[in-house]
Ligand binder design. Structure first.
Ligand SMILES: Nc1ncnc2c1ncn2[C@@H]1O[C@H](COP(=O)(O)OP(=O)(O)OP(=O)(O)O)[C@@H](O)[C@H]1O
Ligand SMILES: O=c1[nH]c(=O)c2[nH+]cn([C@@H]3O[C@H](COP(=O)(O)O)[C@@H](O)[C@H]3O)c2[nH]1
Ligand SMILES: NC(=O)CC[C@H](N)C(=O)O
Ligand SMILES: [Mg+2]
Length: 514
């Protein structure tokens, strides 16, 4: 029976980071928005421990997210982090109140007793990272303090499987954080290391074969990393029962449709259908300038196209499944819509799908993070040109032409973006940044070219470095490089006479402008 740790997400920005840390220990874990006690008791996978994440709310507020208190009777180890600690306190008869001052950033952890299973191998005194405003003013019944900082209670336990930390062990700034999490996972939950990429491929291949049987699968292929890896994985499992569909939305990068098809034909034995849907996407977007409205239109149009194509296939041989390259962060972001964290943007591939779906979904990568997907791709023999591609959002240039999308603006943006990306590749910088692109602004400025007055659009260059795309910093590209890109775009692209470089990080900015 497969084992796992579950993380209950109370809306922390770091929930995914907790999951990563645990997977790095070769232990499988999942983030869930709510706890389902019955599922824990009877589910196919054995839950070995539960982590309560941090979160922006305060436990004493009305409607603050909570858990079914039954969770404390499951006899499973529990680790609360920050909000999670405060919730454990609150639900077990202790008291949490707003502190006079916020504690944000570095603090020094003083461990009382290294014999405690959570603190084995942890230094008596080490740096940790705090981010809270509330604190415990009364301990819950039968709990004791096992570590503190000079201003707060840092860790508590009931010596009976429940542990809680006020700080964040999952962030790198907490020196002994990984050790503490390892202690929880191995010493306390008694997990075994059994989460490996190669076993993932074997298991998934078997799962795909069993699920699909003799039916047919239509896979939405974008040329991006995720759907390409999904395509090869499924193709290896069921071969000719898979048809891939590449949709040209008219919002792709320069010559992308042509290039992707040629590339796939040359490198893979996949059955690919090309759908030219340029006009329908662009027509629907006429006159629309609000970002969420645009995202929804594009998302709906994808579904319409998928529905039509799957029906065509049905006529021939009956496609029962729609496969997508959905990955774990996509799933989490759309789950949070129902949970405590805010919806920032609607992603088209999850959440946007209608209830009365004409087909069943097959999403073999939906438990993986991007770098894990890349590892699977590598193991399956996909070339670096695909594995190392920067991600490209499904709504494409539709959200990079700010404001109303017109065919002319798309064309201008395609040219500018192509220059930027080609330059990055030629100068060996493409692999040094994690995502780079150009955005076209709905602003015209005055310029002068060859003694002539120009009045054209401004374009913004964006390049970010990030691990998980949840937070990102702008890339410190060399000035000379930026200068060259700027000159080339302004000289070659009719319609742009000014370039700016986006130096916002995420948060507070996002990677895409819309
Ligand atoms: N032009 C397209 N044609 C067909 N399917 C698409 C297209 N664009 C996106 N999709 C579908 O939507 C899913 C989500 O897109 P997303 O961009 O997140 O993933 P990806 O394109 O596979 O990988 P990457 O994140 O590297 O771009 C894809 O996996 C694919 O199934
Ligand atoms: O497939 C996708 N469908 C979408 O609707 C979408 N919106 C943003 N992105 C990509 O997600 C990452 C984070 O983007 P943001 O910081 O702009 O939210 C970045 O990599 C973005 O390119 C999308 N990908
Ligand atoms: N990071 C957190 O989980 C914060 C928890 C709670 N909102 C506090 O301010 O103390
Ligand atoms: Mg993509």
């Amino acid at each position: 029976m497969k084992e796992k740790i579950i993380i209950i997400d109370f809306g922390s920005q770091y929930s995914q980071l907790i999951a990563r840390r645990i997977r790095e220990m070769e232990v499988y874990c999942e983030i869930v928005p709510l706890i389902d006690i019955e599922k824990i008791k009877t589910g196919k996978e054995k839950v070995k421990g539960i982590i309560f994440s941090g979160g922006p709310a305060s436990v004493y507020e009305k409607d603050a997210p909570t858990v079914n208190p039954e969770v404390f009777n499951l006899n499973l180890p529990i680790l609360g982090i920050c909000y999670g600690m405060q919730l454990i306190t609150h639900l077990n008869g202790g008291k949490v109140e707003k502190a006079d001052s916020r504690e944000f950033g570095k603090a020094v952890l003083e461990v009382k007793n290294n014999d405690n299973p959570l603190f084995i191998g942890v230094k008596k005194s080490s740096n940790i990272w705090m981010s809270h405003n509330d604190h415990i003013t009364e301990l819950p019944k039968d709990f004791e303090v096992i570590a503190k900082t000079d201003s707060s209670i840092a860790a508590i336990t009931n010596n009976n499987g429940i542990y809680a930390l006020q700080f964040h062990p999952e962030v790198v700034h907490s020196e002994c954080g990984t050790q503490i999490l390892e202690n929880f996972v191995f010493n306390i939950c008694k997990c075994e290391k059994n989460w490996k990429i190669s076993s993932f491929i074997t298991e998934k291949t078997k799962f795909i074969k069993e699920t699909v049987g003799d039916e047919h699968v239509l896979l939405a292929l974008s040329g991006g990393v995720d759907s390409s890896v999904a395509a090869v994985l499924i193709n290896n499992a069921i071969g000719h029962q898979l048809t891939c569909m590449f949709v040209d939305t008219g919002l792709l990068r320069k010559d992308e449709g042509k290039k992707v098809l040629e590339y796939y034909k040359e490198h893979f034995d996949l059955n690919i259908v090309f759908v030219d849907a340029k006009d329908r996407f662009l027509n629907k977007l006429k006159g629309v300038d609000e970002p969420e409205a645009k995202r929804k239109i594009i998302g709906n149009e994808f579904i319409e196209v998928f529905n039509e194509e799957i029906r065509k296939l049905k006529g021939q041989e009956g496609a029962k499944f729609l496969a997508q390259g959905t990955i774990y962060p996509d799933v989490i972001e759309s789950q949070s819509i129902k949970g405590p964290s805010h919806t920032i943007k609607s992603h088209h591939n999850v959440g946007g799908l209608p209830e009365d779906l004409q087909f069943e979904l097959l999403e073999p990568l939906k438990e993986l993070f991007k770098d894990e997907v890349r590892k699977v791709g590598h193991e399956l023999g996909l070339p670096d040109t695909i594995i190392k591609r920067h991600p490209f959002p499904g709504p494409g240039l539709g959200i990079r032409v700010i404001g109303e999308v017109t065919p002319d603006k798309v064309k201008i943006l395609q040219e500018a973006d192509d220059i930027f990306i080609t330059e990055l590749m030629e100068k060996g910088l493409y692999d040094k940044v994690d995502q780079a692109f150009v955005t076209l602004l709905p602003v015209k400025t005055v310029g002068v070219m060859g003694d002539q007055r120009t009045y054209e659009f401004v374009a913004a260059i964006r390049s970010v470095n990030t691990i998980d795309f949840m937070t990102a910093t702008w890339s410190k590209l060399p000035y000379e490089f930026l200068e060259e890109v700027s000159n080339k775009i302004i000289n070659r692209v009719n319609g742009i006479n000014r370039i700016v470089y986006d130096i916002s990080s995420k948060p507070p900015g996002t990677i895409e402008w819309e």
